[in-house]
Design a protein around this ligand. Structure first.
Ligand SMILES: NC(=O)c1ccc[n+]([C@@H]2O[C@H](COP(=O)([O-])OP(=O)(O)OC[C@H]3O[C@@H](n4cnc5c(N)ncnc54)[C@H](OP(=O)(O)O)[C@@H]3O)[C@@H](O)[C@H]2O)c1
Length: 259
């Protein structure tokens, strides 16, 4: 199986572990299992502490851990230069980062402020473009970039608001990036994950209702797990998906197909 995946000993950067519930942590654990070198970026010191604890309690060792705030170009440049110059090549990138102001999720969408809109876009969508640009310099052997999206990109989901618009931009960015970077054998795809209880999910006021609706209505009649997102992430990062780019892959128990 490892031969099929072609990820053993490869350098994969994982962005967005806040704690052991994070989708990015699930992906990282699977990457460790298949023998990839995992490089983490974090923003808050609190996340670094949680990450170090998670690594220790699972007996895992990161190849590198680097700070990176995606709201700052300099921080992204610094992080990827450090990773690239230390390791030489980057083979994979997991962009699992998003943020919006709480009031923009609580209020009616029509009340979204100019600054709240820009902030959600900057953090949750533009950050993919900026990180892909910096990582690309070291993706000299071809690579796979994945990001995490959500159904709110294309449907109105109560309380998802400005984040839905940011995810729509993120999914469009996936397609434009896939077109730009395809000639360098760099693939770019998004995983549209079903609802998983994480720290970020706490910020979506209607999250419990969403979980209930998916459990009832999805063809699989249940919610999906962090591990299921991780498994599909491995497919999309690995050679198993070598012919796929610019796609939005749903890991949602089939919920998005329902009328
Ligand atoms: N959970 C779900 O139901 C679900 C469903 C579909 C898609 N997603 C998407 O999956 C991704 C990961 O979210 P999650 O649910 O796993 O939540 P999470 O554990 O809270 O992870 C979110 C991560 O984003 C990071 N982040 C926010 N602003 C940042 C910035 N300026 N610079 C760098 N990092 C920043 C956070 O880092 P700090 O804490 O250090 O700031 C945190 O590690 C997000 O894109 C989310 O929209 C989640």
């Amino acid at each position: 199986m490892e031969d099929l995946l072609k990820l053993k000993g490869k350098n994969v950067v994982v962005m967005g572990v806040a704690n052991e519930r994070s989708l990015a942590w699930g992906v990282a654990k699977s990457l460790f299992e298949i023998g990839a070198n995992v490089i983490f970026t974090y923003r808050k010191e609190r996340s670094l502490v949680k990450l170090e604890k998670a690594l220790e309690s699972n007996g895992l060792e990161a190849k590198m851990i680097v700070q990176c705030d995606v709201n700052e170009d300099e921080s992204i440049q610094h992080a990827f230069t450090l990773i690239g110059e230390t390791l030489g090549t980057i083979h994979g990138l997991v962009h699992s980062v998003a943020f919006a102001h709480a009031e923009d999720l609580k209020n009616d969408f029509v009340e979204t402020t100019r600054s709240g809109y820009a902030f959600a876009q900057d953090t949750s969508s533009y950050s993919l473009i900026a990180t892909a640009r910096e990582a690309r310099r070291y993706m000299t052997e071809g690579a796979s970039i994945i990001t995490m999206s959500y159904l709110g990109a294309e449907r109105v989901l109560d309380g998802y608001n400005v984040m839905g618009v940011a995810k729509a931009a993120l999914e469009a960015s996936v397609r434009y990036l896939a077109n730009d970077l395809g000639k360098e054998a760099i693939r770019v795809n998004a995983i549209s994950a079903g609802a998983v209880r994480t720290l970020s999910a706490k910020g979506v006021p209607s999250f419990n209702t969403i979980l209930g609706q998916i459990g009832e209505k999805a063809p699989l009649k249940r919610n999906i797990t962090n591990e299921e997102v991780a498994k599909m992430s491995i497919v999309m990062l690995s050679d198993l998906s070598s012919g796929v780019t610019g796609e939005i892959i749903y890991v949602d128990g089939g919920y998005h197909i329902m009328g």
